[in-house]
Design a protein around this ligand. Structure first.
Ligand code: SAM
Length: 423
């Protein structure tokens, strides 16, 4: 098989699973039947990168293909064309090789063998078209509320950030050694305290990974635990904990952490992460809505399940596989979780609520409605002070967006609110 062909085949299989079945890449790869499991680590990484690059441009690819094709191809053939069109847009100088590898790919599968000539003809025309793609527009169910809240220019900037993808950030187990670790890993120490690695790093092979000196965590995702600022010995509940990024931050700070999550499978990953980093926490698999007794915890971190629309840079398939009809139920669950968090907090205790969502109904609106439901709950603006003013959310809390820190490579979208229960 020609160099790169295994990775291309893997990329088309991923695209097929996403577009035919509406599954996320993460779900596909965590399957026992992971379709990339036979590939070398390099080819696996390359297949994923190609699939993600294609998903970030899928609308533009479809437009170009529709202009050049006389008929609409079946989905598998279309995915071969989408992949090759993406590659042509990124590496136009390699057009000859890209077209011939796409034709070979088509020949090698029963679903596309008969269309090999068609693939060749379409891609030759695509290769000579203008392939400078604009950032992909979000679907209207997501774009509309974001434009309403943040304005058109901001949404455009977010779409640009989605197109650019995301770097790898890591959180050091010992924040005091961040500068030294950044140097060792040849990364950049960000003003937030995270270390940003150069693109293409193979994480598990880097110094300090096996020894558990750090873990991968987007810089925005590392902020909620910093804001909760747990102290040694404090009794803390991480209410939706798996796979454990925030549990590890709080355990590393010396708190007595209870890590709770409803998913036993995800809790296995949390246990592995704790074992690798040599940190400890009580691990509970349970429904957060039915866990705990009143006045039990000094602090609660609630990283609630959400639309994950703040992570589109890493998961470009989300906008078109998410069902907006699920949003209402999810936002109701978030409110119930906040109520339960307030219930288990001691008087005077602190709560940080966050979601990796861009949608106000999973962020700003949750904060306002929590304050109106709980008269014994106050905003804790001091806790969220000290970050760039552009991150302040209207009405309190922090609104982090993918177009923030653009010069340094962006950040995931998050909403973070800090509260204190009356003493
Ligand atoms: C955003 S993720 C948490 C990420 C985690 N805090 C971290 O930093 O690694 C949300 C989690 O909520 C969990 N979850 C969803 N519904 C739940 C419930 N009713 N009770 C407990 N956990 C729940 C999911 O299994 C998922 O692991």
């Amino acid at each position: 098989m020609a160099e790169g062909q295994a990775a291309r085949r893997g990329a088309v299989v991923l695209l097929q699973e996403v577009t035919a079945k509406g599954r996320t890449i993460a779900e596909i790869l965590s399957d026992a039947e992971n379709p990339l499991k036979e590939l070398s680590p390099q080819d696996r990484a390359r297949a994923q990168r190609l699939a993600l690059d294609t998903l970030r441009r899928i609308d533009s690819c479809d437009e170009v293909i529709a202009r050049q094709a006389e008929r609409r191809p079946g989905l598998f053939v279309l995915n071969i064309l989408r992949l090759a069109t993406t590659e042509l847009s990124l590496r136009p100088k390699d057009a000859h090789g890209i077209v011939s590898e796409a034709v070979n790919l088509a020949r090698g599968d029963d679903r596309s063998a008969q269309a090999a000539g068609f693939v060749n003809a379409v891609l030759r025309k695509v290769a000579s078209s203008n392939l400078r793609f604009e950032p992909q527009r979000l679907p209207s169910w997501l774009r509309q509320p974001l434009v309403q809240r943040f304005g058109k220019a901001a949404v455009r900037a977010m779409e640009e950030a989605h197109m650019a993808g995301a770097p790898i950030d890591i959180t050091p187990k010992d924040p005091a050694r961040a500068a030294e670790l950044a140097e060792r890993l040849e990364g950049d120490l960000l003003s937030t305290g995270s270390i940003r690695l150069s693109a293409g790093a193979q994480v598990s092979a880097l110094p300090g990974f096996a020894e558990g000196e750090w873990w991968v965590q987007d810089t925005a995702a590392a902020l909620p635990a910093k804001i909760l600022d747990v102290q040694p010995g404090e009794k803390v509940l991480d209410m939706c904990a798996a796979p454990g990024g925030k549990t590890m931050q709080m355990a590393a700070a010396g708190a007595d952490v209870t890590a709770l999550d409803m998913s036993a499978k995800r809790m296995e990953r949390l246990a592995e992460n704790l074992a690798r980093t040599g940190l400890s926490a009580q691990q509970v698999v349970a429904d957060a809505l039915a866990y705990g007794v009143p006045n039990q915890f000094d602090a609660v971190l609630l990283d609630a399940p959400c639309s994950a629309t703040g992570t589109i840079r890493r998961h470009p398939e989300l906008p078109f596989i998410k069902d907006p009809a699920d949003l209402k139920a999810q936002s109701r669950l978030q409110a119930q979780m906040i109520d339960q968090a307030v219930y288990v907090l001691k008087p005077g205790g602190r709560l940080v609520f966050c979601t990796c969502s861009l949608l106000p109904e999973e962020g700003e609106e949750q904060m306002a409605s929590a304050l109106s439901r709980h008269k014994n709950l106050q905003r804790d603006q001091k806790a969220v002070a000290g970050w760039p003013g552009a991150w302040d959310a209207k009405g309190g809390g922090l609104r982090l967006r993918p177009d923030h820190m653009a010069q340094e490579g962006g950040m995931d979208g998050f909403f973070i609110a800090a509260f204190r229960k009356d003493g």
